[in-house]
Design a protein around this ligand. Structure first.
Ligand SMILES: Cc1cc2nc3c(=O)[nH]c(=O)nc-3n(C[C@H](O)[C@H](O)[C@H](O)COP(=O)(O)OP(=O)(O)OC[C@H]3O[C@@H](n4cnc5c(N)ncnc54)[C@H](O)[C@@H]3O)c2cc1C
Ligand SMILES: NC(=O)c1ccc[n+]([C@@H]2O[C@H](COP(=O)([O-])OP(=O)(O)OC[C@H]3O[C@@H](n4cnc5c(N)ncnc54)[C@H](OP(=O)(O)O)[C@@H]3O)[C@@H](O)[C@H]2O)c1
Length: 477
């Protein structure tokens, strides 16, 4: 395997406030040293990308497992050290990326997906975390699929058998009834609800049609009231609607209520130069409760809990040419991500490590709590230790008196952000589109105004130019 992370020449020793191992307070509100230990100490028993488990840990490498693969192992426990913001060493300026021709992806598409297999799954939030985030590895052997860091994987979900059964029971059907699918072919109702219908996402149309078919007066009144309808949609999955407003429908009417199933996209968290014929994902499982029952999102529940190892999963690559590493390996990058938004940055680091890229890499990552939600903690610390990761700033939103978000870290480091921009840095943002991405953009504009001494219009122009030059790219959802 060419150029493992960890082979990268060190880009200078960390020089940081609150030296790890010292009693000084870290910038993240944790004292370094006990109880979290030294984040830069040698791994105490965790998996290290490109190196595997240290001898004596009793964790053998899985047969055929590529370096960088996350096996079932206590990787989360590998480092309980706080991350730290590192001072960076200024380097020479960098070139601007230009869109370039890319190799064809593969013959496998949304409508003709490849049947891959799930090879590994591991929860990467702690037992106490509010979020359930699963690291997923899918074997692509035999597909010929090629992807680039920045691409997404499309996954066709298979609906949960328990959810299909509950919907059937609520309509007093046994699932053996025959229904007509959108393409005119026939299937049993159970098969149709399992594979062909989106039975997890509620829509105004679904509620309106159900109100019309059921002729239930309270539901008909509800759909006339936009606010009440929105409130119902925000909290009620289709099965919850059937539970709250029972009215058994015949098989075809029931099936026709639902939109056709659609694949869900996941930012790819691996680089093929590192993992070969595999693809890694970082899946935040959607859990919800209604009428005393627990449900999961169709695709996140399927990937995160329902699929068993070696089970089939239908996938395809969704290329994203608007989220690409700079063409020039010397160019510095600033990666800003919250929650599962960290996924493509893991791919970026694997790629830069494999390529022996010399450009500086800065991660600004935010999540709820350091102890519970530091996704890929051991890997980031190892990258930091090897020098591949030049700087890491971490924002924990639920462990202090005040919310600390990635944009706060960005603003605190405004002078350095501006300096990196002068050196030609590319800026990447990944994660929540509605709140985080908007606030990060405002923080960037503020930095450009303050440190570039530009007025509002000129700062807007500056950011637009970065965007046009492909130096400001977002993968937000
Ligand atoms: C380009 C792109 C990249 C993405 N990358 C990732 C990624 O790397 N990791 C990742 O986890 N997701 C990612 N997503 C989101 C992912 O595609 C799904 O939307 C998500 O997993 C929910 O799908 P589901 O099938 O599990 O839930 P659904 O069955 O679609 O939804 C079930 C119910 O939950 C609600 N819901 C949906 N999402 C959430 C949520 N996050 N929190 C609360 N309620 C919700 C829905 O409104 C619905 O009521 C990405 C999306 C896009 C467009
Ligand atoms: N469709 C939906 O209903 C829905 C709901 C949630 C997430 N999502 C999607 O799922 C993606 C990933 O979710 P996730 O659970 O991994 O992460 P997330 O919900 O985006 O949370 C990650 C971190 O971002 C913080 N955050 C909240 N508001 C922020 C803001 N305005 N600016 C910066 N940071 C902010 C959160 O803090 P706090 O939570 O402590 O405030 C948390 O620390 C999101 O990006 C989003 O697109 C969808």
């Amino acid at each position: 395997m060419p150029g493992q992370p960890g082979q990268q020449a060190s880009q200078g020793q960390p020089a940081m406030p609150g030296q790890p191992g010292s009693a000084a307070a870290s910038p993240f509100g944790f004292p370094f040293g006990t109880p979290f230990g030294n984040p830069f100490a040698a791994p105490a028993g965790g998996f290290v990308p490109g190196q595997g488990f240290p001898p004596g840990t009793g964790v053998p490498p899985a047969p055929g497992m590529a370096p960088g693969v996350y096996p079932h192992a206590p990787a989360f426990a590998a480092f309980q050290g706080a991350g730290a913001a590192m001072a960076m060493t200024p380097e020479a300026g960098a070139a601007t990326a230009a869109p370039e021709a890319e190799p064809a992806v593969s013959a496998w598409t949304r409508n003709a997906p490849f049947t891959a297999t799930l090879s590994t799954r591991q929860k990467i939030t702690s037992r106490n975390a509010e979020k359930d985030v699963q690291h997923i590895e899918i074997d692509l052997e035999g597909s010929g699929i090629q992807y680039q860091p920045g691409d997404a994987l499309g996954v066709w979900p298979v609906n949960a058998p328990a959810l299909v059964s509950e919907i059937l029971e609520r309509h007093k059907l046994d699932g053996t009834e025959t229904v007509k699918l959108a393409d005119g072919s026939e299937a049993t109702l159970r098969d149709a609800l399992t594979h062909h219908a989106d039975i997890t996402q509620n829509t105004p149309t679904l509620v309106e049609q159900y109100a019309a078919l059921s002729k239930l007066r309270p539901l008909q009144e509800l759909v006339e009231d936009r606010k009440a309808l929105d409130a119902l949609l925000a909290t009620t999955p289709p099965v919850g609607l059937f539970a709250e407003y029972p009215h058994p429908l015949p098989a075809q009417q029931l099936f026709s209520l639902f939109r056709p199933q659609s694949p869900r996209l996941y930012s790819i968290a691996s680089a093929q130069d590192e993992v070969g014929d595999a693809v890694h994902l970082t899946v935040g499982v959607v859990h919800l409760r209604h009428h005393g029952q627990h449900y999961m999102g169709a695709a996140s529940g399927y990937l995160g809990h329902l699929l068993e190892e070696d089970d089939d999963v239908r996938v395809f690559i969704e290329p994203n040419r608007n989220f690409r590493l700079p063409a020039d390996d010397d160019t510095p990058i600033i990666m800003i991500g919250a929650g599962t938004g960290v996924a493509p940055f893991r791919a970026f680091m694997q790629q830069r490590g494999a390529a022996g890229a010399t450009g500086k890499n800065w991660l600004i990552f935010g999540n709820q709590r350091f102890t519970d939600d530091f996704l890929y903690q051991a890997e980031w610390l190892q990258y930091r230790k090897s020098g591949l990761l030049t700087r890491a700033d971490l924002a924990w939103s639920r462990q202090g008196e005040h919310k600390v978000y990635v944009q706060h870290k960005l603003q605190e480091a405004g002078a350095d952000v501006w300096q990196w921009l002068q050196e030609g840095a590319h800026v990447y943002v990944c994660g929540d589109a509605t709140r985080m991405a908007r606030d990060v953009e405002n923080a960037l504009l503020d930095i450009i105004r303050t440190h570039g001494r530009l007025d509002e219009d000129d700062a807007d122009d500056y950011l637009n130019t970065l965007r046009e030059d492909r130096r400001y790219q977002r993968d937000v959802y």
